[in-house]
Design a binder for this molecule. Structure first.
Ligand code: TYD
Length: 208
């Protein structure tokens, strides 16, 4: 019997509501008796903490360095022997992850060569493909309004960059998403509606 957990990834531009939807899905799955582990990228490891400082500008780093750091943070996230994603999956946990390699392709691949970023992420793609990618689609103008209400912004949170990243997501799903289970869900004003659409895709995955 396959006791391995499922790996579900949330993607989207800033302010799309990924984190909220992921928390709602966690509660739903818990209610169905599915044991879940929630995680995110950049991670909460020392690699991820350094990345967050680079994103806000507290630590200076160029786009190439940042792209390479995201790839490194991701490999540690997958393979870490203490709390890595593979370990959690092998223990039967379903892993919900806020961002994964599509974020690198859509964000970092928009500012340095996309092919190079894809190459950097090849070890992650070969190591672990998601069972389901939920892309939450929100017009960048609406996302930026939500981001502005939150306060501190990072280096990618300008309307010009968000528009570009939004377009990039479409491109990278068509270039790199072949054979992957990518579901696009429109971010509705009512977050319960958005969640209903997500649950349909998740129910299908679990065969509920
Ligand atoms: P986000 O996921 O919005 O987290 P928070 O809620 O803490 O702001 O922010 C993470 C930022 O990192 C976001 O701007 C996207 C960026 N990012 C990349 O550029 N490449 C990546 O590979 C990942 C995972 C994130």
């Amino acid at each position: 019997m396959d006791t391995k957990g499922k790996f579900i990834v949330f993607e989207g531009t800033d302010g799309s509501g990924k984190s909220t939807q992921m928390k709602m899905l966690f509660k739903y799955l818990a209610g169905r008796g599915v044991s879940c582990f929630c995680t995110r990228e950049p991670t909460d490891s020392p690699f991820g903490a350094l990345l967050r400082s680079c994103l806000t500008g507290r630590v200076e780093a160029d786009e190439h360095t940042i792209a390479a750091m995201f790839a490194a943070d991701r490999l540690d996230h997958i393979n870490n022997g203490v709390n890595g994603i593979k370990k959690k999956l092998s223990e039967g946990e379903t892993v919900l992850c806020d961002r994964y390699y599509y974020s690198s392709l859509a964000y970092n691949g928009g500012f340095v060569s996309l092919d190079w970023v894809a190459e950097l992420n090849r070890p992650a793609m070969e190591a672990l493909r998601p069972d389901l990618v939920i892309y939450i689609d929100l017009p960048p103008e609406d996302g930026m309004k939500r981001v502005a209400r939150r306060g501190e912004t990072d280096r990618y949170e300008t309307i010009e960059k968000q528009k570009k990243i939004h377009d990039n997501y479409m491109e990278v799903f068509s270039r790199f998403g072949k054979g992957e289970n990518v579901v696009t869900v429109k971010s509705e004003n009512d977050k319960g509606f958005t969640q209903e659409h997500i649950r349909k895709a998740v129910d299908k995955l679990f065969g509920f």
